[in-house]
Design a protein around this ligand. Sequence first.
Ligand code: SF4
Length: 707
Amino acid sequence: MKQSDGQYPMPPAWAATNIEEDDMSDKGPYKAYSGCALCYHSCGVEVTIEDGKAIKVEGQKGHPLNDGKLCPKGQAMIEHLYHPDRLKYPLKKVNGEFVRVSWDQALSEIAEKLDKLRNEYGPAALAFFCGSIGVENLEMISLTHRFKAAFGSPNFFSVESICYRMRIRARQITFGKYPVEEMDSKLYLLWGHNPAASDFPLSLAIEENLKKGSKVIVIDPRRIPIADRAEIYTPIRPGTDGALALAMINVIINEDLYDKKFVEEWTYGFDKLVPHVQKYTPEWAEKITGVKADVTRKIARMFATTRGASIFHGTCTQDQCANGSQNDRALAILQVLTGNINVPGGWVISPRLRLNDVSLPFPGKPLGAEEYPLFYELWGRTSPYAVMNMVPESVPSKIRAFMVAGGNPLVTMPDSNALREAFEKLDLVVVYEQFLTETAQYAHYVLPALNQLEFWGLAYNYNVCHCLPYLMLRPALLPPYYECRSIRDYYTDLANRLGFGDKFAWEKDEDVVRYELEPCALNFDALMARPEGAIYQEKDYTLRQGSFATPTGKIEIYSQAFADAGHDPLPTYLEPSKSPQGRRWAELGEKYPLVLATGVRDFYFNGAMLHNIKSLQTWSPYPKAELGPETAKKYNVANGDDVIVETDRGFVKMKASVDERVMEGVVLVPHGWPEEGNCNRLTDCNAREPIMGYPEWKGLLCSIRKA
Ligand code: SF4
């Protein structure tokens, strides 16, 4: 917007550093850097701003993740930002309809209800939820943790309660650290992972490295496009990956393919693993997985004999099934046996970013800490996440209110029907969001959220996601949209009304980021001078005493932590409860004879986000149930038919996509679609992985028929 003197404001001092002079003007338009927050990768973006509005978004040239490129979601950033349905004002539900209210009215009424709840039921009755974007926005999640602790509740649920955290936990238990796959690998073992749909930066890296001679192996119930260029491709029955992993360990040990020097020097428990895996032969696994025994041997040999090879497992494909924690441990052990730890192209322990913690210590244990202790505590270190599957059974006896920020749990969390019924029983639901999501529609109050281009944040997750010790600012490039407020501003105002405003003493959003960065050499001022971002510490591949912070100081193939919690200390296999070989087949198999896997990724959306963006809808207009031609024929379904996919928990309506690339006997459905396309109407909060309480999403039983 023009100033009173008729001039455009000067671009902020940090805005256009290192972007060509031609792009700059003190009267606008000007360019500024940010990290895209439309999914967890945080690709670098260059935003062109004119007259107080974003007018163009491009990939940031030279960014180590995306070097000038953007996926279609990132390209739609401005459409998302100025979408006509974006919330502008606080809303309150009155007689079933939302009416506009002031922030003052909304927050004073919410504070009054929270105060009453705290007095009547105790603070733990208030639960918090952040979705993926809530988690990827460091300030959103950490300020939510802070508010939760200041209020006095331990109950924080998030996408971490169902996704990725199990893998982090399993690697921490094995390595005492969290080693991460490097993007530049000699051999990509894509195990239930389709980067072309879910990991844009990784797919860019694979394309580049294939030209330089890298190889790919694909294990997936669907022959994903890159499988056509793979050295080996095998389909696998969803939910059975752990059996294949154990058989590969068997081959690598019995064919003497393991890295003896590495195993001897850096691991604990190999001697116990050798007899343990003898029964897990490739022939044993073939009966479970459908993977031919000779193919298992080929994969194991190629993987074990490549220096710089990495297993890339799908975000959740190995975790969200009955054998999840043991799968993660088995895959970690496979990586270890080949010596591909801290070698370029393998799994690497990259230097951790030491930030000031915005959250506060919380009182009590979160829901599920007793039932799933390894999810909560490891070697005295506790984690703040509660077990999402336990929400429906805990309302209203333990939980009576939810505050949701940056998430849509009624679509993205397990068993939507049960969760919706639970939400209907809550005394108070407050949702802080940019759009009136399905969860927001169940709220008593909806508070309009700022977009990532409107508040200060830190793009920090390059290391945990891609082994890149890189950091950049996400500055507030734009003024707030209508009455939208930052999460800091919202929590501060509410905290003041609840009597703990002293815990929210920051005056501005950027003060939070400044505080986070205080311990770092690359602190706030240093990053202001490097708005394009920078490496905060070089990687060091050398292993030394202390590299593995486990009780034995070694990589724990044998896990005493598992044994102490009552679980098998060496990886084992557990069949999904609802599967053709599972314990509930006799009860369910006749009515639901097909294997269902939910969560297929769609390149054009991120979970439940972005389904309202028209340009993306044209690419992906409806949810598809994918199945093979023989299965389709057997159930009288043709390509393009409207179909009902049903489980013992509910049904969805989708379009059939009949494709010979899909394993027969299997139905694959995407997640994140609204209403009748929501795959979590099919899932079951009681079908749980036994160690960490995760949902079994990759091996269920279903039927399919024409709608
Ligand atoms: S992959 Fe796409 S949506 Fe995700 S951060 Fe990159 S550009 Fe944004």
